[in-house]
Design a protein around this ligand. Structure first.
Ligand code: FMN
Length: 197
């Protein structure tokens, strides 16, 4: 049997994405947890009929890019629609954004505001964590008419085109915060600890 394996836990990792980079974050989280749980990774489409039901899973991790200072509309709707089931199972939220790619501390402050907004979306929910990750800047993924003002804004923030996703930070969040919070892994006492009790 694998060390600490409790495959009886089922986890839904649900995400929305416009340009595709948040999919990589969701899949990395899913892969990190897959040795200890049955993980299903699902993208939210526009059609609600295809949305997964959080009630079918033991725990839920939901994330979206920030667009215009907010989670994407379908993720906000998903969380509002399923508040009752999310409130009765461990739930964690994440977001991707470019503020966290900024070279100064202002971006981290902005990301804190995004996290608070997500918490305030449904104040009754008590997520185990709300975590932001730097995303990707590709001008080809920005709506055509917005590209020039977007470029001016990003240049002003000192953010150039590129992929800022930090895979080790994403894996560390999954392994170090989510896995223990979702009780996926036993905390193993070191041999000396037992002798001292
Ligand atoms: C139209 C548009 C609006 C955005 N608004 C914000 C924003 O308000 N704050 C921010 O930090 N990043 C913003 N971003 C950056 C995205 O959050 C980032 O590029 C993210 O990685 C995109 O994820 P995706 O490829 O999964 O759609 C915006 C991006 C686009 C294209």
């Amino acid at each position: 049997m694998k060390k600490g394996n409790k495959k009886n836990q089922s986890i839904l990792v649900v995400y929305s994405s416009s340009g595709g980079s948040t999919e990589g974050i969701a899949r990395t989280i899913g892969q990190a947890l897959a040795s200890d749980a049955d993980v299903t990774v699902v993208r939210l489409g526009r059609d609600r009929n295809g949305w997964p039901d959080p009630g079918d899973y033991g725990a839920v991790i939901a994330g979206s890019p920030i667009r215009y200072d907010e989670w994407m509309p379908e993720m906000r709707s998903f969380v509002e629609l399923h508040t009752a089931s999310l409130a009765t199972r461990p739930t964690a939220f994440f977001f991707s954004c470019l503020s966290l790619a900024a070279p100064d501390r202002e971006g981290a402050g902005q990301a804190g505001i995004y996290a608070s907004k997500i918490r305030r979306l449904v104040p009754a929910l008590r997520p185990v964590d709300v975590r932001g990750f730097a995303g990707t800047l590709r001008y080809s993924a920005v709506p055509f008419l917005l590209r020039i003002p977007f470029r001016v804004f990003m240049n002003g923030k000192g953010i150039s085109e590129g992929d800022y996703r930090d895979w080790s930070a994403i894996q560390e969040w999954a392994n170090g915060i989510l896995a223990p919070a979702l009780a996926l892994r036993e905390i193993r006492a070191a041999p000396g600890d037992l002798a001292r009790t």
